[in-house]
Design a binder for this molecule. Structure first.
Ligand code: AMP
Length: 334
């Protein structure tokens, strides 16, 4: 059974990833330098493969994004530019970048432990409030660093939190594809993200800020503890309507076993008034994250159901997307 070690919750030794001052290499075939291996996952914009750098033998991840339009290329360039600023152990690290005209490839640190929620629902993982605080603390540390660099992640959701290993408790935040630099002088409004996790100001197309990510952190925490999604409606429109009025509750019986400190933490993030939300640093100082949390085992029945449903939705979306493309997407065919 895997249980978070209380004395040293994040315990295991973490090798540091080599810092590289990455610039995009154009006209170079990345396959001459890397062996491509199995597929690791698919996102909205690209496919990620495991790969091995031929010269060093280093195992890495290569994300391929088709760039038929100039705007597609600009989006990947923005992601790379932002990742160059984000050297932190709780954030995925950039290793290399290539542009062959039709597609771009971003070579990243390989994260082998899979998605956090997949790990948590494994039968050998004991979920307690204590283990939730260990994960939430790391998420807040990563977000604190991102925000210190004046960057907004804007796509904080469980799929973007990966475990470093299959047995340890270290996590990393991934996917800076929607991230933006924050300039308080400029009005920043966006219309993207996942309805379940986006803040009211996104749905309302109002000014967004650091607090926009903190809302999503609150939703992630709610789902992790309960297996329920606080704003989920029968349709995306219904979900977004619930988000705009910040309508949620702790009425379900699963919350009977959740501490008041944990609920207080969530309540201070899921506030319609973004100015009133805790920032990442305040989260780290909140009683729930800074003091010893309850170690009773939480039920994972609802969380398992939640993760399995997501797997199905993802599989169906992948099939639809592949059918639409009518071909296998790889670096040669794009
Ligand atoms: P993304 O497009 O960045 O959201 O990636 C799509 C999926 O690929 C993610 O949900 C992960 O399951 C997987 N993935 C992305 N980056 C990595 C990585 N560096 N190491 C391992 N798996 C990854």
């Amino acid at each position: 059974m895997i249980q978070v070690d209380e004395s040293d919750p994040v315990g295991e030794v973490e090798p540091s990833f080599p810092y590289r001052n990455v610039s995009i290499q154009r006209g170079v075939d990345m396959k001459e330098l890397y062996d491509l291996q199995s597929e690791l996952g698919r996102g909205k914009f690209g496919t990620v493969y495991r790969c091995r750098e031929k010269s060093s033998g280093l195992q890495l991840a290569a994300k391929f994004v088709a760039t038929p339009k100039r705007e597609d290329r600009r989006n990947v360039e923005r992601e790379i530019e932002i990742m160059r600023l984000l050297q932190h152990p709780r954030l995925i690290q950039l290793y290399d970048a290539y542009d062959n005209g039709k597609a771009m490839c971003v070579v990243l640190e390989l994260i082998e432990g899979g998605e956090l929620f997949e790990r948590v629902i494994c039968d050998d993982f004991i979920l307690t409030e204590k283990s939730c605080t260990v994960f939430m603390r790391q998420i807040c540390e990563g977000i604190e660093f991102i925000h210190k660099q004046n960057i907004l992640h804007l796509d904080m959701k469980p799929e973007n939190i990966l475990c470093l290993t299959r047995t340890g408790n270290r996590i990393k935040i991934i996917d800076f594809g929607l991230a933006r630099k924050y300039d308080p002088q400029k009005k920043l409004q966006v219309l993207f993200g996942t309805p379940e996790f986006v803040a009211p100001e996104i749905v309302n197309f109002d000014q967004i800020s650091f607090e926009t990510d903190m809302w999503s952190v609150g939703v992630i925490c709610y789902v992790l503890l309960s297996g329920l999604s606080p704003f989920m409606g029968a349709t995306d429109i219904e979900t977004m309507a619930n988000v705009t009025i910040a309508k949620y509750d702790f009425d379900d019986e699963v919350f009977n076993e959740i501490s008041e400190d944990a609920k207080d933490f969530i309540q201070k993030l899921l506030l319609k008034d973004k100015e009133a939300r805790l920032n990442a640093n305040q989260c780290l100082k909140h009683k729930w994250l800074s003091e010893k949390a309850v170690n009773t085992t939480l039920s994972k029945v609802k969380l398992k159901r939640y993760v399995i449903k997501k797997r199905w939705i993802k599989a169906v979306n992948t099939i639809i997307a592949l059918r639409r493309m009518g071909a296998k997407l790889d670096f040669d065919s794009v």
